[in-house]
Design a protein around this ligand. Structure first.
Ligand code: ZN
Length: 326
């Protein structure tokens, strides 16, 4: 959409209304699953990334995850999660579905938490295929995770030693490119990640993964994967789950992952994808989304510049998203 682009380029540098607030983005929140299971709203107590926690910690762009569990009517669960979030969007003034980067900036400037949807695993398109992806895009889906913890008909997963992309998977990658949907390789096998990097016309991201050099785990990214994601202009969202963070599972250990991703892929590649509300075991200092400023403080103490921290908090992701939505 070149016309919209030109407008955005012209408006962004000079418009205080658009630039007033930095974006702080969390690229992976399982809150929709908690809302559906517990039949509560985003302002309920006891969530890790409900509206109060997001606000208290400064997050103003929330990627809300539609996750079909292993044993389920996958498309039916996705529909239930999406319907739940659409109802929250209508009911609450404090959140707003955003479909474009400029909308996210406007929502943040208006003091709202922008949100868009991500499908965690293409098994959620098992029956519906590319037509299903198009229908979800119409309802605000802006990110597609190729797999969850098991391989599906499109791609191999890190969870079961799966292979790479199938022919249907290659078609799905190209469909996501056509729809300007972000491709997420967290949970993918190493072969799927490398093949997707090579095939995708747009940069890809790993929304919630740490570094395998710091903590060996199939869910964490090898340096080769970090290179393919970061060198292509993608980002990696730091995951807080103790299993992936590793030894001690502390705030300091999360900072070690951040430092490694920065060393391999550059500061412009580091982002945040906490995995809050995904039944994770979090470092004690990062118990919910309200605690995020503690992470920024630790990184600042380790020499991260303000510019690097702005990038990590959200602007690196915005650069990617703005590129993909063009
Ligand atoms: Zn996940």
């Amino acid at each position: 959409m070149p016309t919209a682009d030109v407008t955005l380029d012209r408006v962004t540098p000079s418009s205080p209304a658009v630039n007033a607030v930095d974006i702080q983005a969390d690229l992976h929140l399982d809150t929709p699953t908690q809302l559906l299971r517990r039949k509560v709203g985003l302002e309920a107590e006891g969530l890790e990334a409900g509206l109060p926690q997001l606000r208290a910690g400064g997050t103003n762009l929330a990627v809300m995850v539609l996750w079909p569990p292993r044993e389920a009517n996958w498309e039916g669960i996705v529909e239930g999660l999406l319907t739940t979030m659409e109802a929250e969007d209508r009911r609450l003034d404090g959140v707003q579905r955003v479909g474009e980067p400029a909308e996210a900036r406007a929502a943040a400037a208006a003091g709202k938490v922008g949100m868009f949807y991500s499908l965690e695993g293409a098994h959620g398109l098992d029956q519906s295929g590319v037509a299903g992806l198009e229908a979800l895009h119409d309802r605000g889906l802006r990110m597609l995770g190729l797999t969850w913890s098991f391989s599906n008909r499109y791609a191999g997963s890190s969870g079961d030693g799966g292979g790479g992309l199938s022919p249907a998977g290659r078609e799905l990658v190209m469909a996501a490119n056509r729809l300007n949907i972000l491709l997420d390789v967290s949970h993918a096998s190493r072969a799927t990640t490398l093949e997707t990097c090579a095939l995708s016309a747009d940069p890809v991201l790993a929304s919630h993964s740490d570094a395998a050099e710091i903590q060996a785990n199939a869910r964490n990214l090898s340096d080769q994967e970090l290179h393919c994601i970061c060198d292509g202009g993608g980002v990696v969202g730091l995951n807080f789950h103790a299993t992936f963070v590793g030894k001690g599972a502390s705030l300091g250990r999360v900072a070690e992952h951040a430092a490694h991703i920065r060393a391999v892929g550059g500061a412009g590649c580091v982002a945040l994808g906490s995995d809050f509300d995904g039944l994770i075991k979090v470092p004690p200092e990062l118990r919910d989304a309200s605690a995020l400023p503690a992470l920024w403080a630790v990184l600042k103490g380790q020499g991260w510049t303000e510019e690097e921290l702005r990038g990590l908090r959200g602007e690196n992701f915005m650069r990617l998203w703005e590129k993909v939505r063009r």
